[in-house]
Design a protein around this ligand. Structure first.
Ligand code: 5AD
Ligand code: SF4
Length: 447
C-alpha cells in the first residue's frame, strides 16, 4: 500500500460527467485519495492525478469525454509523471476501450464501475511500476461496504442503496454498464445514515437506478418502503429524498409512506419517457399512458402538494406526430414541476440501435423545442403559485456570483435564492416567496 507521507503536497482533480450515481462514485474516489494524503486541486491541468469519471447516458457523452481527455494530452507531454485515469460507465463499453487503446495510449489507468474500490491499489501499480493499467470488470460481484467518501456538502449526502438495473429499456445503456440489480443490506444503510447524521448531515438522497425494486432477489425481507420507515426514525436526519423511481414498480405502500414518514420530502422523480403507449411498449417500459396518469392521480390523492418531476425522450425511433402529441397531452394532464428532456440518440449495443425508422434530426429538434417551451411555461406557472407562501429552505451556501445571496431547496426540491449571511448554510430557514420564475424562486427571510 502507499505511504501517506509520500503523497505530501500531491494533488488530485476529478472531472465528473453524468448522474448523481457518478457524482457519488467521485466522492468515493476523492475520499480514497484524501486517505492517501492527496489534496484537491481545482485545476485539472495542474493536478498530479487527474481522473475523468464518465457517463454514457447523456447526450454527446463520447464527444464531451474525448474532448476533455484531449486537453490532458499536453499536460502529459509536459509533465509525464502526471497520472491520467479514466473510469465510469463508458469504460464498460468495449468500443470505448478500443478507442482509448488506439488513440489515447498515454492514458495511465482505465477502470470501470464495478471495481472503484480497487482504485488505491490500481493507482499504486501505475505509480510504482509505471505500467499502464486497464482493469474493467464485466459484472458487479459483491457490494463493497465501508469505502471512504469525501462529501461535497457537510449537511447533505447521497447514499447508494442499490446498484445496477434489470429493466433493459430498449434505448438505455445502463443495464450493460452498471450490471444487474444488487441491493445493499438495510443494516448497512441504516448504519451509514446514522454515521452521517452524527457528523451533521440533515438531508440524505437515496440513490439507485430503480429504487422501487430495492430488496428484490436479496436475502433480506425489507422492501423500499420498509427502508424509508427505518431511516425516518434516525435522529438528526431531517429530510429524506430518493431517485430514481420506475413507474411500473411504485407501490401503494411507498405512496402511503409519504403520509406516514414526516421526513420523506414531498417530491418524486418519476421518468415517463413518452406519452404514447405504443412508444412506451417499444421502449420496454411496461406501463401505458393511462397507467402513468392513474399513478399520478393516486399520488396526488394521497399527497396533494407533491412535486412531480420527470424525464422525457423526444424522437425515439418510430415516434410519429401522433405519438409526440400524446406526450404533449400527457404533459398537459400531469403538469410536471420540471422535467429533463432528452433528444433520443443511439447507444451502441442497445436494442433500439437496430430499430428502423430513426426520426430525422430536424423533426426531433422541432418537437424538442415545442415540448421544452410548454414544460417551461408550466414550471413557471407552478412556481408563480408559490408567491406569498412561506416555505422552509435548507440553505446550501452562497451563490457563486453574488456572495450576499444564499440558495437552498424547499421540501419539494425547488431552488430558492434569498439574501442572507453565509452562516445560514446547512440550516432550515423560513422564506417568504416573492417571485416564482421558470427554474427558481426568489424570496426573503421570514422574520
Ligand atoms: N437517448 C436519449 N435519452 C436517453 N436516456 C437514457 N438513454 C437515452 C438515449 N439513448 C435518458 C432517459 C433516462 C435519463 C437518465 O436519460 O430519459 O431517464
Ligand atoms: Fe435505463 Fe430503464 Fe434501467 Fe432507467 S430503468 S436505468 S432507463 S434500463
Amino acid at each position: 500500500m502507499m505511504d501517506k507521507r509520500s503523497n505530501l503536497n500531491k494533488s488530485y482533480n476529478i472531472t465528473t460527467f453524468g448522474c448523481q450515481m457518478n457524482e457519488h462514485d467521485s466522492e468515493t474516489l476523492a475520499g480514497m485519495l484524501e486517505e492517501l494524503g492527496y489534496i484537491e486541486n481545482a485545476n485539472r491541468r495542474e493536478a498530479d492525478v487527474a481522473i475523468i469519471n464518465t457517463c454514457s447516458v447523456r447526450e454527446n457523452a463520447d464527444k464531451r469525454f474525448f474532448g476533455t481527455l484531449g486537453q490532458l494530452k499536453k499536460v502529459k507531454e509536459e509533465r509525464p509523471e502526471t497520472v491520467v485515469a479514466v473510469c465510469g460507465c463508458m469504460m464498460q463499453q468495449q468500443h470505448i476501450i478500443d478507442t482509448l487503446k488506439a488513440k489515447y495510449p498515454w492514458v495511465d489507468l482505465v477502470f470501470g464501475t464495478h471495481n472503484i474500490h480497487q482504485f488505491p491499489s490500481l493507482l499504486n501499480n501505475v505509480l510504482n511500476e509505471r505500467n499502464k493499467v486497464v482493469d474493467v470488470w464485466d459484472n458487479g460481484g459483491d457490494i463493497i461496504e465501508g469505502l471512504p467518501a469525501k462529501r461535497m456538502y457537510p449537511f447533505k449526502a447521497y447514499v447508494n442503496i442499490m446498484y445496477g438495473c434489470n429493466n433493459f429499456c430498449t434505448y438505455c445503456i445502463v443495464p450493460y454498464t452498471r450490471g444487474r440489480e444488487r441491493s445493499r443490506h438495510p443494516g448497512e444503510i441504516v448504519n451509514e445514515v446514522k454515521a452521517l447524521a452524527a457528523s451533521g448531515v440533515k438531508e440524505i438522497t437515496l440513490l439507485g437506478q430503480n429504487v422501487n425494486s430495492y430488496g428484490k432477489g436479496s436475502n433480506f425481507t425489507q422492501d423500499f418502503a420498509d427502508l424509508i420507515y427505518m431511516l425516518n426514525d434516525i435522529d438528526g436526519i431531517e429530510r429524506i429524498r430518493f431517485m430514481t423511481s420506475h413507474p411500473k414498480d411504485l407501490s401503494n405502500k411507498l405512496i402511503h409512506a409519504f403520509q406516514k414518514c414526516d421526513k420523506l420530502c414531498n417530491s418524486i422523480h418519476l421518468p415517463v419517457q413518452s406519452g404514447s403507449t405504443e412508444i412506451l411498449t417499444r421502449m420496454n417500459r411496461k406501463y401505458s399512458k393511462e397507467d402513468y396518469l392513474q399513478l399520478i392521480e393516486k399520488l396526488r390523492d394521497v399527497i396533494p402538494d407533491i412535486a412531480i418531476t420527470t424525464d422525457i425522450i423526444v424522437g425515439f425511433p418510430g415516434e410519429s406526430d401522433e405519438d409526440f402529441n400524446e406526450t404533449m397531452d400527457l404533459v398537459e394532464k400531469v403538469r410536471f414541476d420540471s422535467a429533463f428532456t432528452f433528444l433520443y440518440s443511439i447507444r451502441k449495443g442497445t436494442p433500439a440501435e437496430k430499430y428502423k425508422d430513426q426520426v430525422p434530426e430536424s423533426i426531433k429538434h422541432q418537437r424538442f423545442d415545442r415540448l421544452v417551451d410548454r414544460l417551461n411555461e408550466i414550471s413557471q406557472e407552478i412556481n408563480k403559485s408559490y408567491e406569498g407562501n412561506i416555505v422552509l429552505v435548507l440553505a446550501e451556501g452562497s451563490s457563486k456570483t453574488n456572495t450576499k445571496m444564499i440558495s437552498g431547496r424547499t421540501v419539494t426540491g425547488k431552488l430558492v435564492n434569498f439574501k442572507g449571511p453565509a452562516e445560514l448554510t446547512g440550516k432550515l430557514v423560513p422564506i417568504r416567496i416573492t417571485e416564482g420564475k421558470t427554474f427558481s424562486l426568489n424570496g426573503d427571510i421570514e422574520k
